[in-house]
Write a protein that binds this ligand. Structure first.
Ligand code: WAQ
Ligand code: MG
Length: 270
């Protein structure tokens, strides 16, 4: 699903329709045929009621997937103690550096995040900080991802124990798990573009899915995603995996409550 709003007014002379469209909401998933009507209804509700504003165009695409999905485990989940965006930044730098991401790559990532307003994710190399995704306005949109019935029910149960059983958390964990299942991806940084949603995350092969509260203040529509990849990544192969290959979560990993940054670093190093 993709919901957007045209920014052209009657006085505007802009010829470039793409430039004058604001992305409001997007969602994608892999579902059983029998669930599609229910899912489309849910996506419609989401498209028509979004804190970013009212959409004037909603596109829903339903495609049959021919290839059997690849089964992967979900990443381990934890939440860090964090009180402010400034503290969040320190945590992000510490954990990403310890996942092998160089300063140059972090600089590129923070520049991309500051601009905000992307529909997909930027793909950035972990050493030199080069950007590999071809369409910089759009980024790469991860699709064809989902969770199997039993794992999905178990996930809801586990997340309920921590009071975070929401579509936002589930979808983010599914996405991060697919992204991290590719061998060339080292880490991810995500900040929601929803002005009310102030918890972001980093994901890495080393730390799993690490939630970071207060990653931004509650007023900003700026958000985005960055995937950090090995320097010699074949971007076409990676992007086609992320966009096209069906991947489904079939089992879960560990869940942990609130941790201090050094606790997570320490527990992994042991
Ligand atoms: N593929 C690639 N990038 C995406 C996708 C996708 N399918 N969906 C969203 N993005 C990018 C895009 O640039 C958005 O602006 C940005 O991510 C944020 O998207 O555990 O809801 O949908 O509590 O606002 C984090 C949950 C929620 C943390 C993140 O992101 C937690 C969220 P949003
Ligand atoms: Mg979203």
């Amino acid at each position: 699903m993709r919901a957007s709003r045209s920014l052209i007014n009657s006085k505007s002379r802009t010829q470039d329709l793409k430039l004058s469209e604001m992305h409001i909401s997007g969602a994608e998933g892999l579902y059983e045929a029998s669930d599609i009507q229910k899912v489309v209804k849910k996506y419609m509700e989401r498209a028509m009621d979004h804190p970013k504003g009212k959409a004037d165009k909603i596109v829903i695409t339903v495609e049959e997937v021919k290839q059997p999905p690849i089964a992967i485990p979900a990443l381990p989940v934890s939440t860090l103690k964090c009180q402010s965006p400034a503290e969040a930044k320190k945590i992000i730098v510490t954990l990403l550096q310890s996942s092998g991401i160089a300063g140059k790559a972090l600089d590129t990532a923070f520049t991309v995040m500051k601009k905000g307003f992307m529909r997909g994710a930027a793909v950035i190399t972990a050493e030199k900080g080069r950007r590999l995704d071809p369409d910089r306005k759009r980024g790469v949109r991860v699709s064809r991802l989902g969770i199997g019935g039993p794992a999905g029910r178990m996930l809801s149960l586990k997340l309920s124990r921590y009071g975070i059983n929401t579509d936002t958390v589930k979808e983010a964990l599914i996405l991060a798990s697919k992204v991290m299942s590719h061998r060339d991806v080292m880490a991810e940084l995500c900040i929601s573009d929803d002005p009310c949603y102030t918890t972001g995350y980093i994901a890495s092969k080393k730390f799993g899915y690490v939630r970071i509260p207060h990653i931004k203040t509650g007023k900003s529509r700026r958000g985005g995603r960055v995937f950090f990849v090995k320097e010699n990544t074949d971007s076409e192969v990676l992007i086609s995996y992320l966009e096209k290959i069906p991947v489904i979560i079939s089992r879960l990993s560990s869940f942990r409550g609130e941790l201090q940054t050094d606790e997570i670093a320490h527990s992994i190093d042991k």
